[in-house]
Design a protein around this ligand. Sequence first.
Ligand code: NAD
Length: 318
Amino acid sequence: MKKALVAGAGGFIGSHLVKKLKQEGYWVRGVDIKKCEFSDSAADEFLVLDLRNEDNCRKALTLSAGLFDEVYQLAADMGGMGFIHSAECEIMRNSALININMIYNAASIGIKRYFFSSSACVYRDMDFGEPELKEEDAYPAFPDNEYGWEKLYAERMALAFARKYKMTVRIARFQNCYGPEGTWDGGREKAPAAICRKVAKAKDGGTIEIWGDGTAIRSYTYIDDMIDGIYRLMQSEIDCPVNIGSPEYVSVKELVEAVSLAAGKKVLIKSIDGPVGVQSRNFSNKKIYSLGWKAKFSLREGIKITYDWVKKQVDAAK
Ligand code: NAD
């Protein structure tokens, strides 16, 4: 039986990844600074550890006998645009410490296969309608925020360790990911969950506030598709960073429309000042497509499932 470690297993993508690995027949250890928020972890073993600390990384990575076949590093101090802009120092310090200590200890213990979750935030801002960027177009580097710079540094560190220690490293650059059991309030939530919450709380015909004028273009990837991409990439021979994201690009206004449709409500938008992030995105998926990956969920389908879940949380919190 293959053994996998998922760091960040108490979080959104990590907790779903644990479920997938269990379905694939792995023995799984999850590790996180906190337990899963919305359901019990599917992991065989779950350790609560602060991975900024080197000894804790070693503990997480060590088995009583043998080695983990695969290590998935998703732990990060992370959130939506509001968090990314208000917690630059925390993101740069905490996530860098986690990544430095995890890759160094994984390499020195002799781990053979290591996954790192990077982000589309490593890319520069784009103009509307600009042709798609390929993975190598992340250079010359000009990420829009410090979160992106930390990801770029961690990517380079993982690749340097791969070269020196002959470790197989797989790096995915995720676009926005959404779905049930993602953070939906408290300040770290991302746009899809935040809009679902606002619409769930709004009356039919009511108004919700959004940051900026609603024209910013993004792609949103449903969690099941993201997990499928992570797993395919980890099993693959692609040794450079790979974009994973739905090819359906929409404006924030269109995202609100998709949520309104799922809710069966009409809502009006009021634009307010706030951290919007980049204006536009458009990335090549050629590498991940070469592994047979395809986004199976349209935005409408994924948002419907997500809205119903967020609405339940909103109702339960009343
Ligand atoms: P998340 O915040 O739900 O999960 C990250 C987990 O890391 C959390 O459970 C958190 O408790 C844990 N963590 C933070 N500090 C820790 C520490 N010191 N020690 C141990 N654990 C710690 O975020 P997510 O959406 O599941 O993202 C997972 C990964 O994917 C992150 O690396 C993130 O940067 C990356 N990513 C996510 C998205 C997205 O849209 N969700 C997009 C691009 C990249």
